[in-house]
Every structure is written in C-alpha cells, then in structure tokens.
Design a protein around this ligand. Structure first.
Ligand code: 5GP
Ligand code: ZN
Length: 119
C-alpha cells in the first residue's frame, strides 16, 4: 500500500480541483460530494476525499479521520435530501466489483426502495 500522491490523470482529482465541472452538493476541508453523472437512483451522490487514494482501504489506512468524514458527509447529504433513515453507502473496490475510477469514492444512493442483495 503506497502513500497518497496527487494523480495528474485522475478524473476525481480534477473535479476536486475544479478543472472538470460537477454538481457539488457538499464540501469540507477534506471531502467533496457531487452528483453522479449516470445516476442509479433519484439521489446518487459520490463523496470523495480531496487527497488521492485508490480505494477505501487506503483512505482508512492513511487518513482514518477522513474515512469518518466521508460517512458523515454522506449522512449530511441524505439528511438534506430527506430520505428518512434509509439509504445505501457503497465503496466498489477493484475492477471485479465494478470500480472504474481509482480515486476512492463513497456512493450514496437513495430516494427509492433499494433491494438486497445488490448485483
Ligand atoms: P465506480 O464504478 O468506480 O464505483 O464509480 C464511478 C462512478 O463515477 C460511476 O457511477 C460513474 O457514473 C461516475 N462518473 C464517471 N465519470 C464521471 C464524471 O465525469 N462526473 C461525474 N459526476 N461522475 C462520473
Ligand atoms: Zn484522484
């Protein structure tokens, strides 16, 4: 596991830097939340650390407080969008689990009934 390095070619680093537009719904010193461009639910928001890490485990290892802030920001957005107590948080990790962007991101899905198990 390697220490974080900013990645020039990273889509989410560019969104965090404001170089690529996104609909930002929440931001703090350490995390940024923006709407997914291809939403899978009425609310589909991605919450990302400002620092570049490939996946959730790297965030937890190098910046454990940021991991907590990712979840806290997701809860704040869920609260603002009035889901009540039901929503889903997902970290896809690795290509076999559907991860396509290798800058850690927490999916917040809500606003419709969510079945279990997921695909
Ligand atoms: P993953 O498949 O890695 O778990 O999630 C990546 C997510 O990023 C996908 O849900 C995809 O729709 C979203 N995404 C990909 N490109 C962009 C983009 O340019 N802007 C935004 N807002 N979301 C994106
Ligand atoms: Zn990045």
């Amino acid at each position: 596991m390697s220490a974080p390095e900013p990645s020039a070619d990273c889509l989410f680093c560019k969104i965090v830097a404001g170089e690529i537009p996104a609909e930002i719904v929440h931001a703090t010193e350490t995390v940024v939340a923006f709407r997914d461009v291809n939403p899978q639910a009425p609310t589909h928001v991605l919450i990302v650390p400002r620092s570049h890490y490939a996946n959730a485990a790297e965030v937890a290892h190098w910046e454990p407080t940021t991991m907590s802030e990712l979840v806290g920001a997701a809860a704040a957005v869920a609260d603002k969008e009035a889901f009540g107590d039901s929503y889903r948080l997902v970290f896809n990790t690795g290509p076999g689990a559907g991860q396509t962007v290798f800058h850690a991101h927490l999916h917040l899905l809500g606003g419709r009934p969510l079945t279990w198990p997921p695909g």
